[in-house]
Ligand binder design. Structure first.
Ligand code: NAI
Length: 464
């Protein structure tokens, strides 16, 4: 039996960050990970590889459409093997980076499936003898897995989850994407840019559900121009194979049957918490109706057992899991920590990117708040014109009485970077006037955020 101050189960962005913070605070840390590398879904089969593919395919599109810039290339071709090789290298580099960080902090990593023996003991089963670890504090950071529709089981060959969609070895002729959320829009964009005919089927009336209505409507218009087809308010019901070996997806739109034929189907209808094999009952733990481990400030109902990231309530996002990880480590080390999920930014890394924080206009309305809205279109931004990036807008929602910013939504090139300043202003209780008076470098697309803040009081300089 090996003794530690803290055992972290799961080496994703929640778990490894928690382990590093705990080690920084002087605790003796064990980190258990089921697969032979750290980084979890985000680094290995999620955020990072998808961003690598998005970047490469964006370069491809720029090369294809460079003529108006005077760019002359005789042949532009994407070799899928090269595309995947680079993506794999990016993942490998980060795996090594995380492994090094963890090793340098003196964290002991146990590779193998971890399960509870009791509330203070965890067993890690690898190929060799299982090892037993003991600690007064155990943090569950086992993440989530893609939701499977019962009639569309993943085979990762033709019916794909995000994992399969990240490693196709050739460009499919057609793909139906079920679910117009972050994964559907990002992976749909990747394959559409390479020539796949992509049809997106979405249950709700809007794509990028959860986004501000102005943004999701504009996003749909822009993505349509890029060749994606959208079928909203459409519910998928089944699948069959055609004589030609293609997949025929059955669906229903406003009571009418519709079908979609494609070579591949990507199912991206959300993710669910992953606790399989953990033997939670041995520790006295249960999950709720959504499969999450109930927590209060990351503490489970069993003293000394904590749960963080996708396996608990809150947005299923890597950066939220990281913040949970830091907070859990600090609480365990007896320090003060703070969590505020209302200011977790959300980004979809399409082109243009979609980024938001705080309330949408509809949420502000539904809450009965008295608010003002400022908008700025990127078509009036000099930098956006200079770099062919005029598709997009920034929107700021502020309290009518106090001017405090309640929400920000941006669709535009670089929105994922721009949203950070909105989060910072909101974290410190900033007003639209504060943001409008903050000096932004010229020319930058971020000036559109400043202008949207000024527009709250009808003071945008370059907007009408
Ligand atoms: P999601 O929850 O973002 O979107 C799923 C979409 O599928 C929703 O619009 C939903 O209405 C639709 N849907 C559900 N059932 C359906 C059905 N039967 N037929 C048609 N449409 C249906 O889930 P997604 O895209 O799978 O992502 C999973 C998780 O991973 C999310 O929490 C997401 O935030 C996170 N993620 C975040 C990324 C980012 O931050 N850029 C990138 C990828 C994933």
């Amino acid at each position: 039996m090996q003794k530690f101050d803290i055992i972290v189960i799961g080496g994703g962005p929640g778990g490894y960050v928690c382990a590093i913070r705990a080690a920084q605070l002087g605790l003796k840390v064990a980190l258990a990970e089921k697969v032979p590398h750290l980084g979890g879904t985000c680094l290995n089969v999620g955020c990072i590889p998808s961003k690598a593919l998005l970047h490469s395919t964006e370069l491809y599109q720029q090369a294809l459409h460079g003529k108006s810039h005077g760019l002359v290339v005789s042949e532009v071709r994407m070799e899928v093997s090269g595309l995947m090789e680079r993506k794999n290298k990016v993942v490998e580099q980060l795996r090594t980076g995380v492994k090094t960080l963890v090793a340098k902090r003196g964290i002991e990593v146990f590779y193998g499936e971890a399960s509870f023996v009791d509330a203070k003991t965890v067993q890690v089963a690898s190929g060799k003898e299982p090892v037993q670890l003991q600690a007064d504090n155990i943090v569950i950071a086992t993440g989530s897995v893609p939701v499977e529709l019962p009639f569309l089981p993943f085979d990762e060959k033709d019916i794909l989850s995000s994992t399969g969609a990240l490693k196709l070895d050739r460009v499919p002729s057609s793909m139906v994407v079920v679910g117009a959320g972050a994964i559907g829009l990002e992976m749909g964009s990747v394959w559409a840019r390479l020539g796949t005919e992509v049809t997106v089927v979405e249950f709700l009336p809007n794509i990028a559900a959860g986004s501000d209505d102005d943004v999701s409507k504009l996003a749909e218009r822009i993505f349509k121009k890029q060749g994606l087809k959208f079928n909203t308010e459409t519910k998928v019901t089944g699948v069959t194979r055609t004589e030609k070996g293609l997949l025929e997806l059955q669906a229903e739109r406003k009571g009418k049957a519709v079908t979609f034929i494609a070579e591949k189907i990507l199912v991206s209808v959300g993710r669910k918490p992953y606790t399989e094999g953990l033997n939670l009952s041995a520790a006295g733990l249960t999950t709720d109706s959504k499969g999450r481990i109930p927590v209060k400030e990351l503490r489970t109902s069993v003293p000394g057992i904590w749960a963080i990231g996708d396996v608990v309530e809150g947005p299923m996002l890597a950066h939220k899991a990281e913040e949970d990880g830091v907070a859990a480590a600090e609480w365990i080390a007896g320090k003060h920590a703070h969590l505020d999920y209302s200011l977790v930014p959300n980004v979809i890394y399409t082109h243009p990117e979609i980024a938001a924080v705080g309330l949408t206009e509809k949420q502000a309305k539904d809450k009965g708040l008295d608010f003002k809205v400022g908008k700025f279109q990127l078509v009036a931004n000099g930098r956006a014109i200079a770099q062919d990036a005029t598709d997009g807008m920034a929107k700021v929602i502020a309290c009518s009485k106090t001017d405090r910013i309640l929400g920000v939504a941006i669709i535009g090139a670089g929105a994922s970077e721009m949203i950070a300043s909105a989060v910072a202003h909101m974290t410190y209780g900033g007003s639209a006037e504060d943001l409008g008076k903050t000096v932004h470098a010229h020319p930058t697309i971020s000036e559109s955020l400043k202008e949207a803040a000024l527009a709250v009081d009808k003071a945008a300089i370059h907007g009408l």
